[in-house]
Design a protein around this ligand. Sequence first.
Ligand code: LLP
Length: 382
Amino acid sequence: MQLTEKILALKTPCYLYNLPLLRKTLQNVKEESGRYPAFHAHYAIKANANPVLLKVIREYGLGADCVSGNEVKRAVECGFPRDSIVYAGVGKSDEEILTALKEDIFCFNCESLPEIRVINGLAAQCSKKARIALRINPNVDAHTHHYITTGIEENKFGIYLCDLDQVLAELTALEHIELTGLHFHIGSQITDMGVFRSLCLKVNEIQQHLNHKGLRLPHINFGGGLGIDYNNPHAEPIADFASYFNTFARHFEPACPNQQVHFELGRSVVAHCGDLISRVLYVKEGKNKKFVILDAGMNDLLRPALYQAFHKIENISSRLPEEKYDVVGPICESSDCFGKEVSLRQTNRGDIIVIHSAGAYGETMASQYNLRNLPGSYFEGE
Ligand code: LLP
């Protein structure tokens, strides 16, 4: 990335979003999913809920995947059609369910029988019928970080396969519920297409079981999870959507000819489109190492502290030879570290440091810990 007057003028720390890259990424999603008429891509708002990005994403015809009442409201405000909004989450509150019922969204992705009973009751109060999909925990290991693996049996997510028949039996008695599909999401940052193939094979098995019971549902939702290359943000700025959608087209067997297939992509749509821009406050000489202390901290970008996540870090102010530094933030926690032994061009106070691929789960996970300000956001190519 080039140091420009515009970047020098930014109030740091802040997120800088590359809208032309976002548009290119979305065009690719549209083309690759568009090869398969039954496929529908939704965008997982939790990855980045910035309204400027949401309005661009909406332009490319993606639906919205929400995990809170406020995300549902944000999706509607940013122009996502109500009938393209899905809403998941293990702990939907009554107020959130009522919001989604009022907005008449496409589908609730439900995670337990107690939740479905509550939705039934609230839908009855509103004289509505809630469309739901059952989120099934298929016990397929995503082989990713244990904090972002969601589809194995020890997770809190979804209905276990062994409970499926009992749930289906109970549903028939719930008059304000319409079962329209099944939902899956087995984890995030998955780059091995073999994992999605295993998911397809498991879903095929489940559908065969349902077929035997005479049940053919109109919708299947595979969730999100497509990973990106954090090591090479410049060489690989767009995720491999072609292989992703093709894997499902090849291995998933629809239960009926016009069964519709949904996806909820988050990270792969926005991650490379955002960088965290910060300034060096101090360079501190330790006993055996040097620390670069940034004005950005774990409150601005939590991923390295929470998941030991790797983000490529670059000093765009310096042309000096490289040295090794631990790059840290100003927060009173040892985990407030963006990278150890990072090779950076020789660094001085005031230099601009870019932390790449921070467009997903960066701004949305920012907090005011230590009573710091929330990072601002700026846009290139508006
Ligand atoms: N659908 C559901 C039901 C989800 O729970 C998620 C993400 C997605 C879709 C989108 O997944 P994606 O395409 O972004 O992988 N904060 C973590 C990631 C947590 C993912 C939570 N669920 C991180 O920074 O790596």
